[in-house]
Design a protein around this ligand. Structure first.
Ligand SMILES: [Zn+2]
Length: 228
């Protein structure tokens, strides 16, 4: 009994002392007690790209979202490639090269799912595949699996936005309609926001301010409706 009490107390103390916190705005902020991607539950289901850049960190909530995504998708599709994660945040957050956002542990770049189920190499120094060329999706873009991934993220985690190329948004509107899911998953479509130029190779998931991050500044919510 005494031991259980002590273990519980230690756990509470640990959680309380080391809980991660997003501070400030996604484009002007920092990150306290960050969680490294190396401490996630399902390391075999994830590949961290561009590791030498050091952007391996996020909030606990971001970890739950990426870890949960990899577990969910590999249950649905056992042969699926691992979740390939690009830049996240640096250990204490703040400004990093190449990005305006990614500053407070709520942002991560993730490669779209592929038809050929091949992950890119963790030693590549850049994104390996452009899924959008001249405004059109290539034949290796897996519409259904990306749609399932977006559904999982928005339905199960506190997602603010998922930034995608316009061709991807159009395709997700199409597949939702085709499957009769446009109304059921309007919220998923709503959070898929078009940001062209950089999102031909990957999407960018941004979480809302977690409840345990009182110093985090929320982004304005996207307008109502699917945006299709
Ligand atoms: Zn990004």
């Amino acid at each position: 009994m005494k031991i259980i009490f002590l273990i519980t107390l230690t756990y509470i103390f640990h959680t309380f002392t080391y809980a991660s916190e997003a501070v400030g705005f996604y484009s002007s902020g920092s990150l306290d007690n960050s969680v490294s991607i190396d401490n996630y539950q399902n390391p075999k289901l994830l590949i961290k790209l561009f590791r030498s850049r050091g952007q391996l960190y996020g909030t606990h909530e971001l970890g739950q979202a990426l870890d949960g995504l990899s577990a969910h998708m590999s249950l649905l599709y056992p042969t699926i490639e691992p979740v390939q994660v690009g830049d996240m945040s640096s250990v204490n957050g703040g400004k990093i090269p190449r990005h305006k956002s990614h500053q407070n542990g709520l942002d991560a770049d993730v490669v779209y799912y592929r038809i050929n189920e091949l992950a890119q190499s963790p030693t590549d120094s850049e994104w390996a595949e452009y899924f959008v060329n001249s405004g059109k999706l290539n034949s290796n873009f897996h519409s259904l699996r990306n749609w399932e991934a977006f559904k999982y993220l928005v339905e199960n985690h506190s997602v603010s936005r998922i930034l995608v190329d316009g061709a991807v948004k159009k395709d997700m509107c199409r597949i939702a309609k085709e499957r009769g899911e446009s109304a059921t998953y309007q919220e998923v479509l709503r959070r898929l926001r078009i940001e062209n130029t950089v999102h031909k190779t990957h999407y960018h998931v941004r979480l809302k301010c977690p409840s345990g991050s009182p110093k985090c500044r929320a982004q304005v919510e996207p307008p109502q409706g699917s945006g299709c």
